[in-house]
Design a protein around this ligand. Structure first.
Ligand code: URA
Length: 437
């Protein structure tokens, strides 16, 4: 088989066969298919689309590219949660420990920031001592001991996805829904979870702006996961504005710790945690329906036990026992810039993609995969979309220690906030729900 012929085939809009996809995925993982040919193929897929059959074959070939974790020694229904990625999306850090308190094992293989979106691993690595690079045995041992573990994809867990994901990131080809589904599910199936709650983001802060496309992705995830015996439910949630009051690694961890300690925080963020966490409690057999799951989630969150659980997890993954208690003092940014309103009106829009790229400029994300991250970099909102503002009011504070492009970041932030005379209508947070029935 010649790779160049397969690229031309896809360019003409013709389907790739199972054999051809196997050949491509195996060759790319081994290094026989170079990045430039895979990039050309991805671009052809981006414009010509990827069929359901092709996507499923990618999923199969990607799972086969590595090994699977064996979680059979961990009793109970293992439940994970995954988001397609957004700005200020920090729910995993809140939900996972709370659900673990209920006695559901939560194995989380998380990702790093991708493009303008943040990633759980970068947030966790802002916690002094916290190790996310665990080998299989350690991953399983920590899960057995604490009921929850956060790990990075190892070199053996879906290596095809590791390489492909990195290439899609730098070739603007992330937004191919069947490849998103194959990428997410390959990792979830290989990590050994029994059930999965998906948060499919809809809007300019995520990778899919169109609700119909997001609904199709959710339906695909649920259907493909069922074939692999991973019971999955999916929520479509709004990503037309950043989630919560902070964006950036350390600022988001500070926000999560506050919520876990006090049970209080941004209403939309809490609603999303309750919804997704309630779904995990339902799939894990601790609630009869989503409503009861949400109520149980709230009850545990209010008890403060989620905070204690996160401390236990952090300690098991390398941090000192008091690290989280002292966290806010350990991650202080060297520079701050305040944005104030120049007029009275309403903060009608906070553009999430602009905020996301400003964070990358500030150093909270990466231009290239080998870039290091400034964990202190981020923004903290004093006003939220929809709030009324008076001239001179503080809207948002940017912070950083080692910015990559301070000028661009500050310009983007300035442009990301739109103040108008009329209040804008608010988008519902939960846009749709999808399960296997
Ligand atoms: N998250 C993933 O794990 N993969 C994608 O392709 C997009 C988001």
């Amino acid at each position: 088989m010649l790779v160049v012929e397969l690229i031309a085939q896809k360019q003409r809009g013709e389907q790739l066969t199972a054999k051809q996809i196997d050949f491509l995925v195996r060759g790319f993982t081994r290094g026989d298919v170079p990045d430039y040919q895979m990039s050309a193929l991805l671009m052809a897929m981006y414009f010509q689309g990827v069929s359901d059959d092709e996507g499923r074959q990618f999923l199969r070939a990607m799972i086969q590219s590595g090994k699977r974790f064996d979680l059979s020694s961990v009793s109970g229904i293992k439940v994970d949660k995954h988001s397609t990625g957004g700005v200020g999306d920090k729910t995993s850090l809140i939900i996972a420990p709370v659900v673990a308190v209920a006695g559901i094992p939560v194995p989380m293989v998380s990702g790093r920031g991708l493009g303008h979106t943040g990633g759980t691993l970068d947030k966790l690595e802002s916690i002094p001592g916290f190790r996310v690079h665990l080998d299989d045995d350690e991953f399983v041992r920590i899960l057995e001991r604490t009921g929850c573990v956060f790990g990075a994809q190892t070199s053996e867990l879906v290596p095809a996805d590791r390489k492909l994901y990195a290439l899609r990131d730098v070739t603007a080809t992330v937004s191919i829904p069947p490849l998103i589904a194959a990428s997410i599910l390959s990792k979830k199936i290989a990590e050994g979870t029994n059930a999965l709650v998906m948060d499919v983001k809809v809007g300019s802060g995520g990778f899919l702006r169109d609700q119909q496309e997001a609904e199709r992705l959710a339906e695909t995830l649920v259907r493909w996961a069922a074939v692999e015996h991973v019971e999955t439910i999916a929520f479509g949630t709004d990503m037309e504005r950043p989630l919560g009051t902070a964006c950036g690694n350390a600022p988001e961890v500070v926000e999560c710790l506050h919520i876990l300690r006090t049970g209080t925080g941004d209403a939309r963020l809490l609603e999303l945690c309750r919804t997704l966490g309630g779904g995990m409690l339902l799939l894990g057999g601790k609630a009869r329906d989503l409503k009861e799951g949400g109520q149980l989630f709230d009850q545990i969150l209010q008890s403060g036990e989620g905070y204690e659980k996160l401390k236990e997890i952090a300690t098991a993954q390398g941090s000192e026992p008091r690290t989280l208690d002292l966290y806010e003092h350990a991650v202080v940014a060297r520079h701050h810039h305040e944005f104030r309103s120049t007029r009275s009106g309403y903060l009608t829009r906070v553009l999430p993609q602009e905020i996301g790229w400003a964070l990358v400029d500030l150093g909270a994300g990466r231009y290239k995969s080998e870039d290091t991250v400034d964990h202190t970099a981020g923004v903290v909102f004093q006003k939220q979309q929809g709030d009324s503002v008076a001239a001179g009011d503080l809207i948002v504070t940017a912070c950083w220690s080692d910015a990559r492009n301070e000028k661009s970041a500050l310009e983007r932030l300035e442009n990301a906030m739109i103040i108008s005379e009329q209040p804008a209508s608010s988008e519902p947070l939960i846009k749709f729900y999808c399960d296997a029935n």
